[in-house]
Design a binder for this molecule. Structure first.
Ligand code: URA
Length: 233
C-alpha cells in the first residue's frame, strides 16, 4: 500500500498533504524519514509515523452515531443533509456509509462503516439481526396487540411480517418493538396496521449494540473492540 493511501485511509492527511509532509521529513518508515509519499509499505508490518506519531493501521472503521431528525441515511443527497456530514473531517475522508437506513424523521442508533462485506451480512434477511425501537403513536393500541405482533402483523400491501415483540407503555401510546427484519417504514406500517400512527421513532439497539446514552443527538464515537467483535467484524 502507498504511504499516502495509508494516511488518507486513516483520515490523517490528503494525498497532497502527505507528499508535502514527506518532503519536509515529517513521515518515517521503520525509523527512517522517507521523502516520497508514493512509496509502498506493508501497513501490517512496517512502522509508519506521521508528524511524530505512530500511525495505527485499521483496515475497517466502525462508528456509532446518534442520528438526529432531518438527516438522510446516505452518503450524499442533492437536497437534504446526510448523516456522514455529522462526522469530523478525518472520518469523512474514510468514506464510511450507513449500515441500513433509518427514515429522515427517525432518530437514534445508526452504525457507519467502510466494511462492505460485513454491512452486507448484517443487512441480509437471513441473518435476522435484532433491532429495538422506542416509538410513540397517536391512538392508544388495542388489547391483544402483543399477540398480533407475535403472530405476524399483515401490512396494508399484504406483506406478512416476521414474528415481532411489542412491550407497551402504561398509556398504550408507545413502547418498545423488537424486529428481526427491516422492511421499508416497517414500524410505521405495523402501527398503522394496528389502527394508529407513529409520531416518534428512535432505534435503541442493533444486534448486541445499544445506543450509548452519553451521546447527544448528532454525536458519534468509534465502536469499542467488544462492540466490533459482537458484529463479527
Ligand atoms: N421502521 C420505520 O418505520 N422507520 C424506520 O426508520 C425504521 C423502522
Amino acid at each position: 500500500m502507498r504511504i499516502d493511501k495509508l494516511l488518507s485511509d486513516m483520515g490523517l492527511a490528503s494525498r497532497k498533504e502527505s507528499s508535502a509532509a514527506a518532503r519536509r521529513g515529517a513521515i518515517t518508515v521503520n525509523g527512517t524519514a522517507v521523502k516520497d509519499a508514493s512509496r509502498h509499505i506493508d501497513p501490517e508490518r512496517d512502522e509508519v509515523t506521521y508528524l511524530g506519531r505512530r500511525v495505527e493501521y485499521r483496515r475497517y472503521v466502525y462508528i456509532m452515531l446518534n442520528k438526529p431528525e432531518g438527516y438522510v441515511s446516505a452518503t450524499e443527497d442533492s437536497r437534504l443533509p446526510v448523516v456522514t456530514e455529522l462526522l469530523s473531517e478525518e472520518y469523512r475522508r474514510m468514506e464510511l456509509f450507513p449500515v441500513g437506513r433509518l427514515d429522515r424523521d427517525t432518530v437514534g442508533l445508526m452504525l457507519l462503516t467502510n466494511n462492505g462485506p460485513l454491512a452486507h451480512k448484517l443487512l441480509s434477511p437471513k441473518h435476522h439481526v435484532r433491532k429495538k425501537y422506542y416509538f410513540r403513536c397517536i391512538e392508544p393500541l388495542e388489547e391483544g396487540v402483543e399477540r398480533r405482533f407475535a403472530d405476524r402483523i399483515t401490512l396494508a400491501d399484504g406483506y406478512e411480517c416476521l414474528p415481532a415483540e411489542i412491550v407497551l407503555d402504561p398509556d398504550r401510546r408507545g413502547g418498545v418493538i423488537t424486529l428481526t427484519e427491516g422492511k421499508y417504514h416497517q414500524i410505521k406500517r405495523m402501527i398503522a396496521a394496528c389502527g394508529s400512527r407513529v409520531t416518534f421513532l428512535e432505534r435503541t439497539v442493533f444486534g448486541d449494540i445499544s445506543l450509548d446514552g452519553t451521546l447527544a443527538r448528532g454525536e458519534w464515537r468509534p465502536l469499542t473492540d467488544a462492540e466490533i467483535a459482537s458484529l463479527g467484524g
